[in-house]
Design a protein around this ligand. Structure first.
Ligand SMILES: [Zn+2]
Length: 149
């Protein structure tokens, strides 16, 4: 069975998801208790966010007696990947390179991370192009403006 997931979530909903991802399964009380140190939510507020996530297909509900137990329908790394993909789809192809450089410059990286990056870059060299073509419609990026002399 495939579940239709609406992965457009708010920052508050993301806070809830991080707890569920880390705990595997959690009740709304457990979620609220963990988030207490960060968010000052009432039980009803927590339940509202959980309800929205269930509606979006992000969370699955199981009952155990009177208790509702929540688990994630999508794993965290898959979710991050699709969120990043969506963001990059909104960037002109020409700007993707320096956006990645920007991300790398700001990140704290281990030697192992850098090793992985170097390997990935080495692979990318094999199919690098002289110039990345713009993929935007005229008027949604600066490329066309620069092209007109
Ligand atoms: Zn463009």
């Amino acid at each position: 069975m495939t579940i239709e997931i609406d992965s457009k979530i708010t920052d508050s909903e993301w806070e809830v998801m991080r707890v569920v991802w880390a705990q595997d399964k959690a009740t709304s009380k457990e979620i609220r208790e963990i988030l207490q140190q960060k968010m000052d939510w009432k039980p009803s507020t927590t339940k509202t966010f959980i309800g929205r996530l269930v509606k979006k297909g992000m969370l699955d509900t199981q009952t155990e007696g009177k208790k509702y137990i929540y688990s994630a329908n999508i794993n965290e790394s898959e979710f991050i990947k699709s969120t990043l993909n969506e963001t990059f789809e909104n960037i002109c192809n020409k700007d993707v390179g320096h956006t990645i450089v920007d991300l790398i410059s700001k990140a704290t990286l281990s030697f192992k991370d850098i090793d992985m990056l170097e390997k990935a870059l080495e692979m990318k060299k094999k199919d690098a192009v002289e110039e990345v073509p713009c993929n935007c419609i005229p008027g949604q990026c600066k490329c066309n403006i620069h092209d007109v002399h």
